[in-house]
Write a protein that binds this ligand. Structure first.
Ligand SMILES: [Zn+2]
Length: 80
């Protein structure tokens, strides 16, 4: 992770009451930017091992946070 312009590590705080429903590992997430389904991907820890802590989708050149600890966040939805 890179420091931002202020020299601080960027962070996002999400409380348990902000977590949505559990999301299957192979879920497609309805993209809030382009409206099409994108594959849910997970980040890796410092050892390079995939963890379920942070889930995201890629849309174009960007990656968007959609899941934390296996639960949807920010009102994201699994694609029908
Ligand atoms: Zn998209």
């Amino acid at each position: 992770m890179k420091n931002n312009d202020n020299g601080n590590l960027p962070f996002v705080a999400i409380g348990n009451d902000e977590l949505g429903g559990p999301v299957p590992d192979d879920a497609l997430i309805k993209c809030k930017r382009c409206g099409t389904p994108h594959k849910l991907e997970y980040g890796t820890n410092a050892a390079g091992v995939e963890t379920k802590i942070v889930g995201f989708v890629r849309c174009g050149e960007e990656a968007y946070l959609v899941a934390v600890d296996g639960h949807l966040v920010f009102s994201n939805e699994v694609a029908p």
